[in-house]
Design a protein around this ligand. Structure first.
Ligand SMILES: CC(C)(COP(=O)(O)OP(=O)(O)OC[C@H]1O[C@@H](n2cnc3c(N)ncnc32)[C@H](O)[C@@H]1OP(=O)(O)O)[C@@H](O)C(=O)NCCC(=O)NCCS
Length: 204
């Protein structure tokens, strides 16, 4: 299949659902996942980003090391091969990645990975998840109930990459959650004000 044909694959209507095995990744699979991510980005995001932007995203993701502390990585396995993966960062409560091999898109692999991520989040009492979505994945996240919070631009090696912040709430926030949120905001403001006061008083 040519690259152009592969690029159009994501726009095709759904084919039959592919039932995959979703499991946690093993430490020796990171290189496989990085290769899959690179292929998925180069082929599937080519309709939304130019070549320089795609290479910048790939390099940025390598540098960020999404498999860092707090990452819970699920892989989708089909006939013994990894054809997709997704990362939940339980510390920052964000979805750090969802990538599917271009040969297997629109067959519910992404959806099955996201189901595992969301179940994991719910078990950990995480009430909402945030994702910095590529332009390519907006429809995918929307289909799964994520809402657009706003557009943003990330920059890597001076190359600008437009993205979108999206969020999904699974469980309602209680009064205690809100109170806790406000306490954190007030304490952070107080800490910043104190820091500024100290800096200003030292400079006089
Ligand atoms: C986004 C991505 C993970 C989706 O994976 P997928 O396995 O193809 O998605 P699914 O088949 O589970 O799609 C679930 C639903 O999302 C929506 N959807 C997915 N891809 C879509 C597309 N290209 N256009 C419109 N809707 C889409 C559809 O409603 C789909 O349901 P349907 O096929 O029954 O209509 C995959 O296309 C990918 O890896 N993209 C490139 C990398 C990327 O941008 N990742 C996100 C990083 S933030």
């Amino acid at each position: 299949m040519s690259e152009d044909e592969q690029q159009n694959q994501g726009d095709n209507f759904s084919k039959t659902q592919l039932f995959v095995t979703i499991r946690l990744t093993k430490p020796d699979e990171i290189n496989t996942l990085l290769q899959l991510q690179t292929k998925s980005l180069r082929i599937l995001t080519a309709k939304d980003y130019d070549r320089r932007q795609i290479e910048a995203i790939i390099e940025r993701n390598y540098r960020l090391n999404q498999f860092r502390m707090g990452a819970i990585t699920f892989v989708a396995e089909y006939e013994g091969k990894i054809i997709g993966f997704a990362i939940l960062n339980r510390i920052f409560r964000i979805i750090d990645a969802v990538f599917v091999h271009p040969d297997f898109v629109r067959r519910s692999v992404g959806k099955q990975l996201m189901f595992a991520i969301e179940q994991e989040a719910i078990q950990r009492k995480i009430k909402s998840l945030l994702v910095l979505s590529s332009l390519t994945a907006i429809n995918f996240y929307q289909a799964l109930g994520y809402q657009i919070l706003g557009e943003t631009t990330i920059s890597h090696n001076k190359i600008k990459i437009p993205c979108v912040y999206m969020k999904k709430q699974f469980l309602p926030f209680t009064l205690i959650d809100r109170l806790y949120g406000w306490i954190i905001i007030v304490l952070s403001c107080a800490a910043i004000a104190r820091f500024l006061y100290l800096v200003l008083s030292l400079s006089h």
